[in-house]
Write a protein that binds this ligand. Sequence first.
Ligand code: NAD
Length: 293
Amino acid sequence: MSTRIKKVGVCGAGGTMGAGIAIVAARAGFETICYDLNPAQLEKSKRQMEGFFDKSVERGKLSVEDRDAAVARISLAAGLEDLGNCDLVIEAIFEDLAVKRELLCKLNAVCAEHTIFASNTSTLSITEIASGCGREDKVVGMHFCLPAQLMKLIEMSPGINTSTETFAQAWAFTKAAGQIPVKTQDKPGFILNALLVPFNNDIIRAVEAGVAEPADIDKAIKKGLGYKMGPCELLDLIGLDTQIRLSEAFYPITLDPRSSTPPLLRRMVAAGHLGRKSGRGFYTYGDKAMFGG
Ligand code: NAD
């Protein structure tokens, strides 16, 4: 199925995921309009997107003409109304059910009847996010991986009320954007986080118990299991504060003790060791850039 989607709105484009999602859409030829509650953050994010395209040219992955065309496809919205004629709006705003529901209700009031809403939520239910927005049949889960501009996988989940047509259109968009979709159920954590959140907490508990140094745990997992990245390296990339938020979202739903926050994780975050974003986590990064680095 080819996609009917031509214009894409990204809500929360000033944030980590939103900026990456905007890059994916613009790079693939979609007109991309970016919105964020925080205009200063949105401006900064636009510069980071341009910086990413510049680096892609330097690395020989994009021609100068393609970079210029991709950058020209990105515009900034002054308000939600500017997203009114989008075919698809992807939200990547804070992971908070009430905040996401409020946004979808507001979008429903300003968007064309055919506009599909996609949520990049990591832990919340698509059915609950859609509930009460006024177009529950046109809401779908579209979970990009960090960093969205580099990772191909998208977990696609229909909510209970999502129509077959909406799901098919959203699926076709991800393929046209050069991504690799997999279908999952509307369950907490979909595939990746449902497996990864408890696993990463196991790793932190292993460090805390003194099983091995983080670098040796990473070496064992990479050389023994063939993983590309060690779990401590991955935690530093995800952000240790994010791992706490994920654990806190999962534990009350699953009551799985492996999902509960390990004490070492809390101590590291209290010490400001958030991972790459703060320059220190399980490893020390100096001033190495997080975005596209
Ligand atoms: P972030 O805090 O970096 O960015 C969120 C952005 O949303 C901010 O710029 C904020 O100003 C903006 N925002 C908040 N409320 C808004 C509103 N009502 N309207 C418009 N903009 C608003 O967060 P993030 O890490 O990019 O995560 C965003 C979403 O993506 C969350 O749902 C998260 O669960 C999901 N996600 C995160 C990751 C990750 O590893 N960080 C991976 C996959 C999915």
